[in-house]
Design a binder for this molecule. Structure first.
Ligand SMILES: [Zn+2]
Length: 140
C-alpha cells in the first residue's frame, strides 16, 4: 500500500518492507566462539554431566564417548564447561539451516578423499605397468 486510506492519517509508508530500508546497527556482528571453554573444574559438581562432568549439558546430550564409569563416580578428567552463546537473529538467520556451519571444518574430509584418489591412481598405474610387462613377456 503506497497510499494509505485517508482514515489512517498516515503520512508515511505503512508496511515495514516498503519503508526506506536501512540495516539495523544493533544487529549482531559477533559470531560463535568455537570451542571456547569457560571453566575447568577439578572435581565433580552436583548437577553436572554424569559422563564427562561439564556443567553445560547433561548425560543425554553429552558429545563425549560414554565412559565405563562416568565422571560422577570417578571424579577424574572432568571436561571443561563449554561456552554457550545465543545471538539475536532475524528471519533469515533463524531459519538458516547452515547457520554457524564452518566450511573450513570440511577441509579434512576433502583432503582424505584426495589422498585416497591419489593412492588409487598410483596403484592403478603400477598395476598397468606390471600388466604391460607381463604382456610383453608373453609376446616376445
Ligand atoms: Zn558430558
Amino acid at each position: 500500500m503506497s497510499l494509505a486510506p485517508w482514515y489512517l492519517n498516515a503520512d508515511r509508508q505503512t508496511l515495514k518492507h516498503q519503508r526506506k530500508w536501512k540495516s539495523d546497527p544493533n544487529y549482531t556482528k559477533s559470531w560463535y566462539d568455537r570451542g571456547a571453554k569457560t571453566f575447568q573444574a577439578d572435581k565433580f559438581r552436583k548437577g553436572a554431566c554424569e559422563n564427562c562432568g561439564a556443567m553445560t549439558h547433561d548425560k543425554k546430550t553429552c558429545m563425549e564417548r560414554p565412559r565405563q564409569l562416568g565422571a560422577k563416580w570417578t571424579g577424574e578428567s572432568i571436561a571443561p564447561d563449554k561456552q554457550i552463546q545465543t545471538f539475536e537473529q532475524k528471519y533469515e538467520g533463524k531459519r538458516d539451516r547452515w547457520n554457524a556451519y564452518d566450511a573450513a571444518s570440511y577441509e579434512h574430509v576433502i583432503e582424505r578423499y584426495e589422498a585416497r584418489d591419489e593412492a588409487r591412481r598410483k596403484y592403478l598405474k603400477e598395476q598397468k605397468v606390471g600388466g604391460e610387462k607381463d604382456n610383453q613377456m608373453k609376446w616376445s
